[in-house]
Design a protein around this ligand. Structure first.
Ligand SMILES: [Zn+2]
Ligand SMILES: [Zn+2]
Length: 393
């Protein structure tokens, strides 16, 4: 292994205890998307103490940050997430994503110290609200990625895959308005908004038979009325609609919208359909960065990682949008347990010694991949000219 990579890995190992404490602190204090105030403070203070130039509330987004070290191009960006889920805490392991991003940043900083001849800049970007409105979408909009040459992050999962499928996703908030009435005495005076929500829900369930196996729709009823003896005048639902490509997503959103609207017509309710955030796009993997990551990971002793998988497991991420504007990778890695994301069981395994070890190995592979880009002449140009690989049908 080249000397610079050895140095980066040694620095990561020397900081292992502090990094795992940082991640455990996030795990103990789960915060929802856009409310990651403690995490923002903890991570920016740590990066500042380590010698990074830190911009808090980056581009005006309260819990976003940018920590920079080095000078000149290329600008290599490692990404942190740190939001948790309601009720079940860090069930997606974003505490580990923060740990990995910062660990990779420290490794890269070590090889970019002023005494070294290396030229280039490492940026650790803190991106909030991945689980909800997608902080990276706002960051892209605000120009945060305009000067970034490559971007990468890793995500804990039950599987080890360099180019996992992450598909497009649209969110819709649906509100039905009817008319309240005494449910026993004068029900004929009412217009039942809950009936509209239930009809839309069952229509979408019927639609599933005609959906492609790669399409996904899932929703919950967030307001179903106040009391049984009042005909519900309001009902509300939240839906996620997903498909592998933007074109297919448009088709599926149209079909689901028809279900929302027809339920309003059938019950005599008014319907309002809102889009709370822009759509998440499918991920496109940079082929050269993916190859380098796998090679570096294998060199670090991790042998069980596949480049792609035919697993039916598909989710969505706002990193998809980043991958459409900057050459990117988003590998997933196992944390020593078969538990699956968004469960209480996964929350329990995102703060174990095995999880921290696996996280630091993935962080080193990111750092080594960035070192390849920083030190190999012509490589960045090749990466930038490459057509991104999209691993979807
Ligand atoms: Zn998640
Ligand atoms: Zn996640």
């Amino acid at each position: 292994m080249a000397l610079k990579k050895k140095v980066a890995s040694m620095v990561v190992d020397s900081k292992a205890q502090e990094l795992s404490q940082l991640s455990s602190e996030l795990h103990r204090n789960p915060e929802l998307g856009s409310e990651e105030f403690k995490a923002h403070e903890l991570l920016t203070n740590f990066l500042e103490k380590e010698g990074f130039t830190v911009e808090r509330s980056y581009t005006g987004i309260e819990t976003a940050f940018r920590a920079t070290f080095g000078s000149g191009r290329p600008n290599v960006c490692v990404i942190c997430e740190y939001d948790a889920l309601p009720e079940i805490g860090h069930a997606c392991g974003h505490n580990l994503i923060a740990e990995a991003g910062i660990a990779a940043g420290l490794g890269l900083k070590a090889i970019l110290e002023p005494s070294d001849a290396s030229k280039g800049t490492v940026i650790v970007m803190g991106t909030p609200a991945e689980e909800t409105t997608g902080g990276k979408l706002n960051l892209i909009e605000n120009g945060a990625f305009n000067d970034i040459d490559i971007a990468m992050m890793v995500h804990p999962f039950p599987l080890n895959i360099v180019q996992p499928d992450f598909i497009c996703s649209a969110t819709r908030i649906v509100t039905y308005t009817g008319k309240a009435a005494h449910a026993a005495a004068f029900p004929w005076e009412g217009v039942n908004a809950l009936d509209a929500a239930v009809m839309a829900y069952t229509s979408i369930s019927a639609l599933r038979q005609q959906m492609k196996p790669t399409w996904k729709v899932h929703g919950i009823i967030t307001n179903g009325g106040a009391k049984p003896n009042i005909i519900p005048e309001k009902a509300a639902m939240e839906y996620y609609i997903r498909a592998p490509t933007k074109t297919e997503l448009v088709t599926l959103v149209e079909k689901v919208t028809s279900c929302f609207e027809s339920a309003a017509l059938a019950t005599g309710c008014q319907v309002e359909i809102n889009t709370p955030c822009a759509d998440f796009l499918n991920i496109v993997h940079n082929p050269t960065l993916s190859d380098l990551y796998l090679k570096n990971l294998t060199e670090l002793g991790e042998k069980s990682t596949e480049m792609i998988s035919d697993s039916p497991v598909k989710a969505s991420t706002d990193m998809g949008n980043v991958s459409h504007v900057v050459p990117s990778i988003h590998p997933i890695y196992a944390i020593g347990s078969g538990e699956m994301n968004h469960t209480r069981e996964f929350t329990a395994v995102t703060n174990t010694p095995e999880a921290h070890t696996a996280t630091l190995t993935a962080a080193k592979a990111m750092a080594h991949t960035c070192i390849d880009v920083l030190t190999t002449s012509g490589l960045l140009e090749k990466i930038k000219h490459e057509k991104q690989t999209t691993n979807v049908s």
